[in-house]
Ligand binder design. Structure first.
Ligand SMILES: Nc1ncnc2c1ncn2[C@@H]1O[C@H](COP(=O)(O)OP(=O)(O)O)[C@@H](O)[C@H]1O
Ligand SMILES: CC(=O)OP(=O)(O)O
Ligand SMILES: [Mg+2]
Length: 408
């Protein structure tokens, strides 16, 4: 079975085509800057050279069409026709309390994802466009959705409730949901496997630090707390998102700056974080480069960012009464030697001791980067959200086929 995985973001769409007989990747790629004047398409077939082009892609329907065209292209393609795509799996960031696990898409599922638009304004509308685009281009193909929130549904009420009137939870389901769950789940399993220890016996903090960033406390393989909340805005400082702040800043700023709700929302989601403090970029590579060239604002942004990661790790040690494994993953977590060094340098009280040489090594493999005598193991584990999405999609489609057979 060949499964196309689509990870649609607000202005981008990442994809991978899997052959599930051996979980191999036939092609992967991304469409960036959707809806802007020049969109960038990067297509990487596994056994052929990369293709990159710049063109105008105004919406996600066009982006999905472009991806399918590339997959079946006589020169750059990896399949002969669209019929060779047997199923499509989507990442969906917000599943609310409705979705505790992955599901096949039907009209009810679509309606529920739509109902959650308010809670993930940068993400859920884009996912819906991706799902609709597949409906248009591949109408017969089953689709599955895999939710960022699902893994965190194991959190206890003490972690997921906010200390505000309970009526708000009852009426509007205002609570902590948490995100990046597919990634936190995957890297925690990989870490336990590499250590050769049962996941059930480990206390872990996983740090998914990419453009969006979150930390999760995982006990016995279950999420017990996580830094993102009702929406993906809470918690760590991010590329363009503020993360935690005094809630009173919102009405205060609206009043002083005469801002509307939508303007203050946009300020906190799109114009804060690394971008706002450095005045340079939301991209950690540029922050580190500028910092090393002596830029003080970049240094302040980096220090604030890493300080906040460290504080979250500390609070989760308290939440779990211990820490066996600390895992770094995602774009920044997997690649930034400086970030891991800065975060870990303040955690010696918790038995964290990095090996500077191991930390510097570049590798795409999961690895331990702590010193042999470090009480807490520190690891870098590359995430693979797309693989988990492909696996869940495969399982759901097979289950459905089996059920259909029973009915005959
Ligand atoms: N070598 C690197 N050093 C530091 N940061 C990096 C490096 N490579 C990528 N990144 C960071 O990773 C981020 C993207 O991470 P990713 O997990 O792909 O995010 P998302 O899925 O949210 O788009 C970029 O914004 C960039 O800052
Ligand atoms: C939930 C979230 O923030 O996702 P991303 O990091 O892909 O923006
Ligand atoms: Mg991501």
């Amino acid at each position: 079975m060949r499964i196309l995985v689509i990870n649609a973001g607000s202005s981008s769409l990442k994809y991978q085509l899997f052959d599930m007989t051996n979980e191999s990747v036939l092609a992967s790629g991304r469409v960036e800057r959707i809806g802007m004047d020049s969109s960038i398409v990067t297509h990487e077939p596994t056994d052929k050279p990369e293709v990159k082009d710049v063109s105008e892609i105004l919406d996600h329907v066009t982006a999905v069409k472009r991806v399918i065209d590339l997959l079946v292209h006589p020169e750059h393609g990896v399949i002969r026709s669209m019929d060779e795509i047997d199923a499509v799996g989507h990442r969906v960031v917000h599943g609310g309390e409705t979705f505790k696990e992955s599901v096949l898409v039907d009209q009810d599922v679509k309606l529920e994802i739509r109902n959650l638009f308010d809670l993930a304004p940068l993400h859920n509308p884009a996912h819906m466009m991706g799902i609709n685009a597949v409906d248009t281009n591949l109408p017969e193909v089953p689709q599955a959705v895999v939710f960022d929130t699902a893994f965190h549904q194991s959190m206890p009420p003490v972690a997921y409730l906010y200390p505000i009137p309970m009526v708000l939870y009852r009426r509007h389901k205002i609570r902590r949901y948490g995100f990046h769950g597919t990634s936190h789940n995957y890297v925690s399993q990989q870490a336990a496997e590499l250590l050769g220890k049962p996941l059930e016996e480990l206390k872990m903090v996983t740090c998914h630090i990419g453009n969006g960033a979150s930390c999760t406390a995982i006990m016995g393989g279950k999420s017990v707390d996580t830094s993102m909340g009702l929406t993906p805005l809470e918690g760590l400082m991010m590329g363009t998102r503020s993360g935690d702040l005094d809630p009173a800043i919102v009405p205060f700023t609206m009043n002083k700056e005469d801002l509307t709700l939508s303007e203050v929302n946009s300020m906190l989601n799109k114009h804060s974080g690394l971008m706002a403090i450095s005045g340079i970029s939301s991209d950690m590579r540029e922050i580190v480069d500028s910092m090393e060239e002596g830029d003080r604002n970049a240094k302040l942004a980096f220090d604030m960012y890493t300080y906040r990661v460290r504080k979250y790790i500390g609070s989760y040690v308290a939440a779990m009464d211990g820490l066996d494994v600390l895992v770094f993953t995602a774009g920044v977590g997997e690649n930034s030697v400086q970030l891991r060094d800065a975060v870990c340098s303040g955690l010696s009280y918790f038995g964290v001791k990095l090996d500077p040489e191991l930390n510097k090594q570049r590798s795409k493999q999961a690895r331990i980067i702590s010193a042999p005598d470090s009480r807490t193991k520190v690891m870098v584990v590359p995430t693979n959200e797309e693989l988990i999405i492909a696996r869940d999609t495969y399982r759901l489609v097979l289950e459905q086929e089996k059920q259909e057979n029973y009915e005959i």
